[in-house]
Ligand binder design. Structure first.
Ligand code: ATP
Ligand SMILES: Nc1ccn([C@H]2C[C@H](O)[C@@H](COP(=O)(O)O)O2)c(=O)n1
Length: 241
């Protein structure tokens, strides 16, 4: 039998608009797992900086502010939440001003260290499993995750999805900024274009959301079956007579 005390971790990375959040929430709901949106944590830190008097171009001051402020993340995939010093910022962190500024905070290496520590604590406490999505989950935050996926989609599909989400009134250059420019800046601190060894690539360009969820649930179920077989082969959970 697999060790039921161990958290089953599903790590999902990928570029902007590849479908990480929608897919990860769907997978977590299907499996009864928790869901951690690490991008929401970087967005919350950005909201904090913009809401403060701290100079956002001063990396040490930004990191000190993040270090002394309580940031809480709710991991219910049906209703993920995030709060900063008791203020619910779940909706506010999706505003375009946050999307435009978040890469500056997310490329602050001390902020990354602080948030990665917190992400690992949340993962360690989750039961029976957790789907964690971001840019560096398969490589840095949880390289030992039982299932690791790089979710990709063609840039044209990702831009079209984001445009569809933001509405026709949003200018093309803003959509481009939220997808292509942000990826370029974010990829200076995390590798999410090429899969690390052992990471499965799932291309969502031609797949519906349900089809992508099906694929990842399939990978989880296969891995769980392999763990049971390995446990049996090792005699784990079998009584000796
Ligand atoms: N397989 C899919 N087919 C079509 N649309 C999709 C698919 N997956 C996600 N979408 C849509 O694409 C948009 C972006 O998806 P989502 O927010 O999940 O991507 P993301 O990778 O988390 O992006 P970001 O990193 O920028 O937050 C959403 O409007 C979502 O509904
Ligand atoms: N593990 C992560 C998660 C996110 N980021 C950065 C990259 C994005 O610009 C920003 C917001 O993420 P999103 O909500 O768009 O997924 O946070 C990162 O560097 N590492």
């Amino acid at each position: 039998m697999p060790d039921t005390d161990e958290c089953f971790v599903v790590a999902v990375d990928g570029p902007s608009g590849s479908g990480k959040s929608s897919t990860s929430r769907g997978v977590a709901q299907r499996k009864g797992y928790a869901y951690l949106d690490t991008g929401a944590m970087y967005r919350a830190a950005t909201w904090l900086v913009l809401d403060s008097a701290v100079d956002s171009s001063d990396p040490a001051a930004v990191a000190a502010l993040v270090a002394r402020t309580e940031l809480r993340v709710g991991t219910d995939p049906a209703a993920p939440t995030v709060s900063v010093a008791g203020t619910d910022v779940t909706a506010a962190i999706r505003e375009p001003r946050i999307s435009a500024a978040v890469s500056t905070v997310a490329t602050n290496l001390e902020v990354r260290r602080l948030l990665i520590d917190q992400q690992r604590q949340i993962i360690a406490a989750a039961r029976p499993g957790i789907v964690v999505e971001g840019r560096d989950i398969t490589t840095v935050v949880a390289p030992d995750a039982q299932v690791r996926v790089l979710l990709v989609a063609d840039p044209q599909a990702r831009v079209a999805r984001r445009k569809n989400e933001l509405g026709e009134t949003v200018a093309d250059h803003e959509v481009h900024d939220q997808v292509i420019r942000r990826d370029r800046d974010d990829s200076t601190v995390a590798e999410f274009h090429d899969a690390a060894p052992g990471v499965r690539v799932v291309d969502s360009t031609e797949l519906s959301l349900d089809e992508v969820v099906d694929q990842i649930v399939g990978l989880i179920d296969d891995q769980a079956d392999r763990s049971v077989s390995a446990g049996r082969a090792a005699g784990v959970g079998q009584s000796r007579t």
